[in-house]
Design a protein around this ligand. Structure first.
Ligand SMILES: C[S@@+](CC[C@H](N)C(=O)[O-])C[C@H]1O[C@@H](n2cnc3c(N)ncnc32)[C@H](O)[C@@H]1O
Length: 124
């Protein structure tokens, strides 16, 4: 969080939304109003739909994809300035490699909940 500071982002993509908690939190804390917010998950819970509605009310440009993350990355130009990888934790590196080219070139600012990766690093 210290790394992000007070910076606000314009295109936030989250892989793995579940109930929408982190989508909501990151959008509200880290994104500009009118920012593009994209949620990608295999299935959408009712709570995620509520969060979608609430973010729309607050002028975010939100779009949800009910698809595997590995099938959606091609829709992005080089525009993502905040990426939260939290889908299949066994495939964090693959997701990272698929989405990395779509991250805004000079910034490449990434937040990843690399739970498993961090655990692995801690063990080694
Ligand atoms: C750890 S949860 C996400 C939690 C959420 N980011 C939060 O913090 O509130 C993981 C989610 O990833 C989704 N998921 C698993 N494999 C996926 C894939 N290949 N593509 C997209 N979503 C996937 C699951 O359906 C699940 O909702």
């Amino acid at each position: 969080m210290e790394y992000i500071g007070y910076k606000k982002f314009n295109c936030f993509v989250e892989l793995g939304n579940l109930y929408g908690g982190s989508l909501w939190l990151y959008a509200m804390l880290f994104c500009n109003r009118y920012a593009k917010i994209v949620g990608i998950d295999l299935g959408h819970k009712q709570s995620l739909k509520i969060i979608e509605r609430e973010l729309l009310k607050r002028n975010f440009n939100i779009k949800l994809y009910e698809k595997p993350a590995e099938t959606v990355y091609t829709i992005f130009q080089q525009e993502i300035d905040l990426l939260h990888i939290d889908a299949n934790h066994a495939k964090i590196q693959e997701d990272f490699e698929l989405y990395y080219p779509a991250i805004v070139g000079f910034q490449r600012e990434i937040i990843s909940l690399l739970t498993l990766l961090l655990k692995r690093l801690q063990k080694s």
